[in-house]
Design a protein around this ligand. Sequence first.
Ligand code: NAD
Length: 484
Amino acid sequence: MKYPEVRNYVGGSFVTADRPLLDVYDPSSGAVISRVPLSAADDVDAAVRSAKAAFPAWAATPIKERVQIFYRYKALLERDIDALAALVTEENGKIDSEARAEVLKSAELTEFACSLPQIAPGEVLEVSRGVECRIERFPVGVVASITPFNFPNMVPNWSIPNAIALGNCMILKPSELVPLSAGRIAELLAEAGLPEGVFQVVHGGKEAVEAICDHPGIAAVSFVGSTRIAKVVYRRATAALKRCLALGGAKNHLIVLPDADPEMASTNIVASMSGCAGQRCMAASVMVAVSSTDHIIDRMKAVASRMVPGRDLGPVISAEAKTRIETYIAEAEAAGAKVIVDGRTTTVAGREGGYYLGPTIIDYVTPDMRIAQEEVFGPVLVIVRAPDVDKAIAIENASPYGNAASVFTESGGMARYVMERASAGMVGVNVGVPVPREPFSFGGWNDSKFGVGDITGRGSIEFWTQAKKMTTKWNREAGVNWMS
Ligand code: NAD
């Protein structure tokens, strides 16, 4: 094994959890590179106790002082980008340029947290003579962040800098499929000067997540992962009377109108469906081709066929994921859809054990097929044909998900028409991956997000803090009335 057994991080030290171990794979070779413990309720409890002990001093530290840690942390992410990106590539499989972009995105998220003293000060107003109302934001306490496999560095950093800069102490529960990056994040936060106990890592799966949801010492839980588990976590955490923000899966529709710029549309759509091997919650999943768009589809075929797995896209996360994706494709084909770019026969020389799948485009898919409805989470794009834009919007609206949607057109009026009607929290025009960048917030609608607020940017401030409303009167001459 290249890496020693992964350990939890509690109270500023790495600790061994004496629990069953799960193998950690390098998806590009199928080799076991480490083992991760499946922590239990006692391990979560130890982390909560440590976080609780650190909380009073950290909450009492002025925010301007707290963010100094994150200025340093951002510089450390940049200093170590080569190694951090290499680790992401090793445990997740994505190619180097994607892994670097992920780490740079972590730095951008941290930059936003550094600006929180400017963005999140309180409010004050003299509401009547001598009487003042003021709102101050307080941290909620010990919070937890549960993250998925597809961005081992970036998704933890969606919550870490903001939640901690706003005065909370955090327990991170990373995906057991990609546990290595979390240890490096803990080390860098410590190097940046974060006091012991403010940040902990508890590894594991279902049991650890359930313990987090149930633990009375945890006040808030953020979750990012599939819709099935988002629902479980949201129900369980809120049943335990915690605040919870649970981001789920996606089925993003790109509506392509005949007037779209063929070059821009084809390159953006293929990049969106194949980037990170399609394992992005913002990936293009369904292209709704309105009327005559064959000239764009022909270009997409050419762009996708030129891509070389192993160089331009990485493997999917596991052998099971590869089989699941291939099953979706075979089922659609059997139901009459036409595979116009087929990535199923892909092998990468020297990495025959890797879980590679080339970009796959399937035309003439109908909205009733499973592949058009469910999240495939691989480099697969289905094309559903629609006679007009209203039918295309109806197809998008029928999806239970609502993470992202995009329209490709040269008409500003049509772009606005689709953006207003798409049932998704993040919409784009001529953009394959309409991720809102800081200070804008990340978060979908419908079955792609449960809870109020967003996980990044300004939208996260409400989630990671509680507002105290203070009313003071210093004017002795002020009369007494029913509001006094
Ligand atoms: P997942 O739901 O399988 O796992 C997410 C987390 O839940 C992990 O930490 C895992 O350990 C835990 N978990 C797994 N099974 C559990 C169970 N039965 N009970 C309790 N906890 C459990 O998701 P994944 O496969 O790691 O990630 C891919 C999914 O995440 C996709 O659906 C993708 O769309 C979604 N995702 C969404 C966003 C977003 O912003 N909406 C971002 C990234 C990924």
